[in-house]
Design a protein around this ligand. Structure first.
Ligand code: G3P
Length: 205
């Protein structure tokens, strides 16, 4: 139990690397918390005009979800970890992104990190969720709406397509938190003021 707790703490620390802020700083761009939606995430970094910075943010925020899960999976047979423990390690990385210890707990909404976590936990589910995100994003051009639909779809697909598993609990927790973090986006979508992918948004409220 102690070693699984240690793994969860380490995953949380990895998740706390807010790559929107780190990549922007390294590339000499403005802090993403100072413009657009104010969210440290790839969608908002794209509003800086740098596609390269946005893609790097997306990839690195996803990788920080992938790596802890792959490490946990590699250790699982030796440490007798089940799916729930592996899922909790993934959830911890996601929580790090939302409340990063290195950035005064002011994190992002968790879309890229959740995608990485799900892909690593169960890649067929990850691909199905990714396809959902891409389809909604392509049709509507709303990054937030695509994330919301994908977040609803993830636990549903898992429950309907695969046998009950210890992954269900961490998956549902990630979905609920992700949806909750999109409160401002939901209000803007309803009001018709949400910005589309690549569009500049108004200054943070
Ligand atoms: O990446 C999070 C996305 O779903 C919404 O981001 O900046 O439009 O609030 P943003």
């Amino acid at each position: 139990a102690l070693i699984s707790l240690l793994a969860i703490v380490l995953a949380y620390l990895v998740g706390s690397l807010s790559f929107a802020v780190i990549v922007s700083r390294v590339m000499g761009l403005d802090d993403p918390r100072s413009y657009g939606s104010g969210n440290p995430g790839a969608t908002n970094v794209l509003r800086s005009g740098s596609k390269k910075a946005a893609i790097l943010t997306l990839l690195l925020d996803a990788v920080k979800g992938v790596v802890p899960v792959l490490v946990a999976q590699a250790l699982a047979p030796t440490l007798h970890w089940g799916e729930l423990t592996i899922g909790m390690v993934g959830l911890a990385a996601f929580l790090g992104h939302l409340w990063p210890v290195f950035f005064r707990f002011q994190g992002g909404k968790g879309v890229a990190t959740a995608a990485g976590v799900i892909l690593a936990l169960h890649w067929p589910l990850g691909l199905a969720v990714l396809a959902t995100w891409l389809a909604v994003a392509f049709i509507t051009r709303y990054s937030s709406l695509a994330a919301l639909v994908a977040a609803v779809a993830a636990p549903l697909i898992q429950l309907l397509v695969w046998p009950p598993s210890g992954l269900a609990l961490p998956l549902i927790a990630m979905s609920l938190l992700l949806i909750w973090r999109h409160g401002a986006n939901i209000r803007k979508l309803i009001a018709g003021t949400e910005s589309r992918i690549g569009q500049k948004a108004e200054a943070p409220a």
